[in-house]
Design a protein around this ligand. Structure first.
Ligand SMILES: Cc1cc2nc3c(=O)[nH]c(=O)nc-3n(C[C@H](O)[C@H](O)[C@H](O)COP(=O)(O)OP(=O)(O)OC[C@H]3O[C@@H](n4cnc5c(N)ncnc54)[C@H](O)[C@@H]3O)c2cc1C
Ligand code: SF4
Length: 520
């Protein structure tokens, strides 16, 4: 064969992918491989592995349906070497291509691997830009150049201007860039979120589910509720459902949390975007279109678009501009081991058990759950960055390093020293009480800072502020909380510091720590 060997990775399932754009079905072969190395380098949630493998198999079938030759190596193929580089080398031997064509990966680790392929294989390897994003790596680097701190809002406004999304004659629609103030409502008791579509597993998915149950039994998470879309058609149906039934309330209740309601008005589309079943541009266009037709309010459409055109593009830019050093920073010197509760969910803290519960059941938690419950706890408890980052990378169906790392390292635990956010997202039990109904059914009391039954988020929060007083006291965005802290009597400060130490040194779940190695 003298044509191209187009190597498509598991999160590149887009027909318009740059490595496939000039594919010649007569001469070229598409290579796709399932390898244990990728499924195990962190112990991914079982649903995440099943989603990726099933979506890959369906994508390969769709390409074959177009008459394209696809060389697909399954996980249980006895000859599978279980590594990307070795499988590519084996495929080069099978097909003897003129060159290998790939699209740049979403992860620094794979980027480094990819950069060595040309030399290792002894033939040209063309690495093409991933054009599925609004902002290229180079464009973001140009934006970041010379800026000491990177602020999403500045970037987002630039992206709005550049794309013309929600713009009218150079000005933001509605006269405002964002409607955040309207988007912080707590959920009224009688408001019912829509029922969410689940996609019944077909034959291919059922085979994958069996394979995952057998091979990855020791990984976290339930498989029985698997209902993710695994084809582009179903992902588009999920998007239709979201735009019609959930987007109208997305803005208002974006930050709300409710026990027993795992999805509220969120999109549930991040796995589809990150795998390539949906594209960012089509999703933003659909949301803008729904607003222009009067089907959704502006605060909903803008709030949703900002997550994708703003945050998603921004964190990707930060990742590629700052890696590999970014992952190594530990601004707050956090060193604590990840508490076992993150895996077991067994805790009297209702907020933590609710969020870890949905994570286990669905490989999903929405943004405020990730940021203000599990992320906030890791920040206040001083969990070592690498450990909490590994957890986030493992447990969510949408988790890929380029998006998980900046969200965790920068936004949730402030390990980058404020490169991504101007202050840490630290909060006490009052915030969780305001934005959820979790505290109502909790053994702890969100109003108590010390003493019997005091909410751990309270004393951990104040203890965090005391421990980091030198770092943050001059931050204008934290002036108010430090003013409040200064009014506490020394005895109360002492009591909170003692409570925090006692809780962290002997967390509720200490006796089950040993189960870490026993699987679950
Ligand atoms: C600690 C932490 C870790 C996270 N890890 C991931 C991750 O591994 N993968 C991932 O896709 N998102 C991650 N996020 C961002 C966000 O929580 C998820 O994108 C969102 O919850 C996905 O659910 P949804 O599709 O229902 O989102 P919606 O609330 O409906 O938002 C719409 C879309 O906007 C995008 N988006 C929203 N917020 C962000 C953000 N902060 N960064 C990037 N994109 C965003 C997503 O593509 C999402 O699908 C993380 C957030 C935190 C705080
Ligand atoms: S009282 Fe504290 S621990 Fe309990 S749910 Fe509320 S914030 Fe969480």
């Amino acid at each position: 064969m003298s044509g191209n060997l187009c190597f498509v990775l598991g999160d590149q399932l887009t027909r318009g992918l740059s490595s496939l754009e000039d594919l010649d079905p007569e001469n070229d072969v598409v290579l796709m491989v399932e390898v244990t190395e990728e499924a195990r380098y962190v112990r991914h949630h079982k649903q995440k592995i099943a989603l990726i493998l099933s979506a890959m198999r369906h994508f390969a079938e769709a390409l074959r349906g177009e008459g394209i030759s696809v060389d697909y190596v399954t996980l249980d193929d006895p000859d599978n070497s279980q590594s990307f580089s070795d499988e590519l080398a084996r495929a080069v031997k099978r097909h003897d291509p003129g060159r290998v064509v790939v699209t740049e990966p979403g992860e620094w680790r794979v980027w480094e691997m990819m950069s060595g392929w040309e030399e290792a294989l002894g033939l040209p390897v063309e690495i093409r830009e991933d054009t599925r994003f609004y902002c290229s790596r180079d464009d973001f680097a140009a934006f970041a150049k010379g800026r000491k701190n990177l602020r999403m809002e500045t970037f987002y406004r630039e992206m709005r201007r550049r794309t013309g999304i929600l713009m009218a004659e150079g000005e933001p629609e509605g006269g405002q860039w964002n409607f955040d103030k309207e988007n912080r409502k707590s959920l009224p008791r009688d408001l019912r979120p829509p029922r969410r579509d689940r996609f019944a597993p077909d034959k291919v998915t059922r085979q994958v589910l069996d394979l995952v149950a057998e091979r990855f039994a020791d990984h976290f998470g339930d498989l029985d509720r698997f209902g993710w879309a695994v084809t582009r058609e179903d992902a588009l149906a999920a998007l239709d459902h979201f735009i019609a039934d959930a987007l109208p309330c997305f803005g208002d209740y974006q930050d709300a949390m409710k026990a027993g309601e795992d999805f509220l008005f969120h999109g549930l589309i991040s796995p589809y975007l990150n795998l390539g079943l949906l594209e960012a541009a089509e999703v933003c266009e659909r949301a803008e279109d729904a607003w222009r037709k009067g089907e959704v309010p502006l605060n909903a459409a803008e709030g949703f678009i900002r997550q994708i055109l703003g945050w998603r593009e921004f964190v990707r830019g930060v990742y590629w501009t700052e890696m590999p050093d970014y992952a190594e920073t530990n601004h707050l010197n956090a060193t604590r081991d990840l508490p076992w509760v993150y895996w077991s969910g067994e805790t009297a803290m209702r907020c933590m058990s609710e969020v870890i519960g949905t994570t286990r059941r669905n490989a999903y938690a929405h943004h405020i759950q990730r940021l203000m419950v599990t992320g906030n706890f890791a920040l206040l408890a001083g969990v070592a960055p690498a450990q909490i980052e590994e957890w986030y990378l493992a447990v969510y169906a949408d988790a890929f390093d380029w998006v998980e790392l900046p969200n965790t390292h920068g936004m949730a635990i402030h390990a980058d020293g404020g490169l991504l956010g101007s202050k840490p997202y630290a909060a006490s039990g009052s915030y969780i009480n305001r934005m959820s109904d979790y505290c109502r059914g909790c053994d702890y009391d969100h109003k108590k800072r010390t003493g019997e039954g005091a909410c751990p988020f309270n004393y951990l929060y104040w203890n965090f502020l005391m421990e980091n007083e030198e770092r943050f006291a001059d931050n204008p965005r934290m002036a108010l909380v430090y003013k409040t802290l200064s009014r506490f009597e020394p005895e109360e400060r002492d009591a909170m510091a003692r409570a925090a130490r006692a809780f962290l040194d002997a967390p509720e779940d200490a006796p089950v720590q040993q189960r870490l190695d026993a699987g679950w």
